[in-house]
Write a new protein. Structure first.
Length: 137
């Protein structure tokens, strides 16, 4: 998945491209993490908008946050783990623990309010820890 907007975001802000098995190490090494589940931007064009918004959102939040883009071949595994079938989505973590998710493109104020609320949340178990199968869109 080469996409000019996602590639530019990753290069400019040094966001890693994460495989599913690297999420725990990445998120535990950071106070807060945001996993960007972009999907295929040709199929989910909102991903290009979120690629432009994410760095601005991180700058606006008063928190130590690192972001990563999920590798396309690992998207389904990550969707299963966080029960997040919508692309694009941002999964918020604190030291590896799940805080919540924001899906689709939002208004700027909504992004700020939802992000601040998620960062203030108490961690909870990964939603995909149950045995229910996930149907991905």
């Amino acid at each position: 998945m080469s996409n000019i907007h996602l590639d530019a975001m990753r290069q400019r802000h040094h966001y890693p491209l994460l495989r599913a098995e690297k999420i725990d190490a990445f998120s535990q090494a950071n106070t807060h993490s945001i996993l960007f589940l972009a999907g295929d931007p040709a199929r989910f064009p909102e991903a290009n908008d979120v690629a432009m918004i994410l760095p601005e959102l991180i700058s606006a939040l008063d928190a130590d946050i690192q972001a990563a883009l999920i590798a396309p071949e690992h998207l389904r595994d990550v969707q299963q783990r966080y029960r997040c079938t919508i692309c694009p989505s941002l999964v918020f973590l604190r030291a590896g623990a799940y805080l919540g998710v924001i899906s689709h493109v939002q208004n700027w104020v909504d992004y700020l309010e939802q992000s601040q609320r998620l960062l203030a949340n108490s961690p909870k178990p990964d939603p995909g820890d149950d045995t229910q199968p996930l149907t991905v869109q």
